[in-house]
Design a protein around this ligand. Structure first.
Ligand code: CMC
Length: 427
C-alpha cells in the first residue's frame, strides 16, 4: 500500500493511502491526533472523506454518477423508482421475486396510522410542506417503539419499507390538507408513482385518469434524485444516525438539511427566479450580471455544485426529459425558454467558465415538476421522496460497517484565552 508523508516541526509522519474501486484516493489522517496531537481543518468538508461507501460513485470532473456501478442515465431510462430503491438499499438489482416481494412490502405499508391525520390540523395552511414532512417522519418513530434498534437487522428491515412507502402518503396528505381537499388513501393496485399521483390529484367526486407518460417521467425524476453520495442531507442522516438515533429521526434530520436553498430547496428557488424574470420582463443578461456581483447577495439558482465541475449528469437527462414531456403533453412552458436562454448566456460567460459553474440537478427539475402538475412548494418534497432510498442505503451501510463511530468533528478554538469571572457589579 502506498503511503503519504507529512512533515511537522521536523518530524515525519507516515500516513496510509486508501484507494477506492474507481478513481479516487484518500490520505488516512485518522491517527494523526492520537499520535501527534494535531488535527486537520477543512471548513465545509470540501476535501474530507467522511467514510468509505459502496452506494454511489461520483466523478465530478467527468460528470459521472453511478448507483452501485450502474450509470444513472441507464437507470432513468430502463428502471423504476422501486427497483432502483432496492438496488441502492440492498446493493444489487433485484430478481423478479425479490422485486415483487419488495413491492408487496411497500404496498402493505402505505397507510398512516389514522391518529396521524390529526397532526395536519395543527399546521397553518401556509406551512411549508418540508417542515410538515420532517416532523411527520420523525413522528413515525412513536408508532414503532419496539422496532427502533439500529443494530437489530430485523428492526431495520421492518422500518425500511415503512418509511419509503409512507413518505409519499405523508407528502400527498400534506398537499391535500393545504388546499382543503379530503385526503385520498393509497390504492394497493397502483404502483409507487401512480399511487402518489392518485393521492395528490384524485378527488372523491370524479374519476382521475393517471397519464402513463407522467408516471414514467416521475419514475425517472425520482431515480435521478435517489442518491448523490455524501451530500449535505445524506451526511446529516449519517451524522445523526451515528449516535444510534433511529432511522426515522435520522431521516427527519436529512429532510431538514435538504430544505435549504443551497441544497434541495434550490429547485423551488429556480422556478421562483424564472417566474420573476418573466413577470418583470427582465433581460436575462441583467440577472447573470447580478449573479456575478458579489455585493448583490444573489446567486444563479440551479447553478454550481461542490463536486460537479462539468455538466451535472442528472441535469443533462432532466433537461431533455422536460422538453420531451412538454412535447408529449402538447404543452409549452415559457419558463423552459427562459431557463435555456439563461443557461446559454451563463455558459459563455468567463465568470461561470472560470469557476466551472454548470446547471445542476435543480435547474430543470422544477420545470418538469410543473409539467407534471406538482405545485411549487412541493418541489423540494419531491426531491426528498426521491432521496429516501439513498438516505436509507447510507444509514444502513454505516450501521453495517466495522468502522462506524459516532460523528464528532473537532475544531480549532479561536476565542478568549482563559480568564477569571468578573462579578456583574464590576463589569
Ligand atoms: N451563482 C453565482 N456564483 C456562484 C454560484 C452561483 N450559483 N455558485 C458558486 N458561485 C461562485 C462563488 O461565489 C464562488 O466565487 P469566488 O471563488 O469568486 O468566491 C465560486 O463560485 C465557488 O463557490 P462556492 O460557494 O465556494 O462553492 P460551494 O461548493 O461551496 O457551493 C453551491 C456549491 C451549490 C452551494 C453553490 O454553487 C450555490 O450556492 N449554487 C446555487 C444554489 C444551488 O443551485 N444549489 C443546488 C445544488 S445541487 C443539488 C443539491 O445538492 O441539492
Amino acid at each position: 500500500m502506498s503511503k503519504a508523508e507529512l512533515h511537522i516541526d521536523g518530524k515525519k509522519i507516515e500516513l496510509p493511502i486508501v484507494e477506492g474501486s474507481e478513481e479516487g484516493k484518500a490520505i488516512d489522517i485518522s491517527g494523526i491526533h492520537a499520535r501527534n496531537g494535531i488535527i486537520t481543518i477543512d471548513p465545509g468538508y470540501s476535501n474530507t472523506g467522511s467514510c468509505k461507501s459502496a452506494v454511489a460513485y461520483v466523478d465530478g470532473e467527468r460528470g459521472i454518477l453511478n448507483y452501485r456501478g450502474y450509470p444513472i442515465d441507464q437507470l432513468a431510462r430502463k428502471s423504476t423508482f422501486v427497483e432502483t430503491s432496492f438496488l441502492l438499499i440492498y446493493g444489487h438489482l433485484p430478481t423478479a421475486d425479490e422485486l415483487s416481494a419488495f413491492r408487496e412490502k411497500l404496498v402493505k405499508n402505505s397507510l398512516l396510522h389514522e391518529d396521524m391525520l390529526h397532526f395536519y390540523d395543527g399546521y397553518p395552511t401556509t406551512a411549508h410542506p418540508m417542515g410538515i414532512l420532517s416532523s411527520m417522519v420523525c413522528s413515525l418513530s412513536s408508532y414503532y417503539p419496539d422496532f427502533l434498534d439500529p443494530s437489530n437487522p430485523e428492526h431495520v428491515e421492518c422500518l425500511i419499507p415503512r418509511v419509503l412507502s409512507k413518505i409519499r402518503t405523508i407528502a400527498a396528505f400534506a398537499y391535500k390538507k393545504s388546499i382543503g381537499q379530503p385526503v385520498i388513501y393509497p390504492c394497493n393496485s397502483l404502483d409507487y408513482c401512480a399511487n402518489f399521483m392518485n393521492m395528490m390529484f384524485a378527488v372523491p367526486s370524479e374519476k382521475y385518469d393517471i397519464d402513463p407518460e407522467i408516471v414514467k417521467a416521475l419514475n425517472a425524476l425520482l431515480i435521478l434524485h435517489a442518491d448523490n453520495e455524501q451530500n449535505c442531507s445524506t451526511s446529516t442522516v449519517r451524522m445523526v444516525g451515528s449516535s444510534d438515533a433511529n432511522l426515522f429521526a435520522s431521516i427527519a434530520a436529512g429532510i431538514c438539511a435538504l430544505w435549504g436553498p443551497k441544497h434541495g430547496g434550490a429547485n423551488q428557488k429556480v422556478v421562483e427566479m424564472l417566474q420573476y424574470i418573466k413577470d418583470n420582463n427582465l433581460n436575462v443578461k441583467t440577472l447573470v450580471a447580478q449573479a456575478k456581483d458579489k455585493n448583490s447577495g444573489f446567486r444563479l439558482m440551479g447553478f454550481g455544485h461542490r463536486v460537479y465541475k462539468s455538466y451535472d449528469p442528472r441535469a443533462k437527462v432532466i433537461k431533455d426529459m422536460s422538453r420531451d414531456l412538454l412535447a408529449k403533453l402538447n404543452r409549452s412552458d415559457p419558463l423552459l425558454d427562459i431557463a435555456q436562454e439563461l443557461e446559454a448566456i451563463a455558459l459563455e460567460d468567463d465568470y461561470f467558465i472560470e469557476r466551472k459553474l454548470y446547471p445542476n440537478v435543480d435547474f430543470y427539475s422544477g420545470i418538469t415538476y410543473r409539467a407534471i402538475g406538482i405545485p411549487l412548494n412541493m418541489f423540494t418534497v419531491m426531491f426528498a421522496i426521491g432521496r429516501m432510498p439513498g438516505w436509507i442505503a447510507h444509514w444502513k451501510e454505516m450501521h453495517e460497517s466495522s468502522d462506524n463511530r459516532i460523528g464528532r468533528p473537532r475544531q480549532v478554538y479561536t476565542g478568549s484565552r482563559v480568564r477569571d469571572f468578573v462579578p456583574i457589579e464590576q463589569r
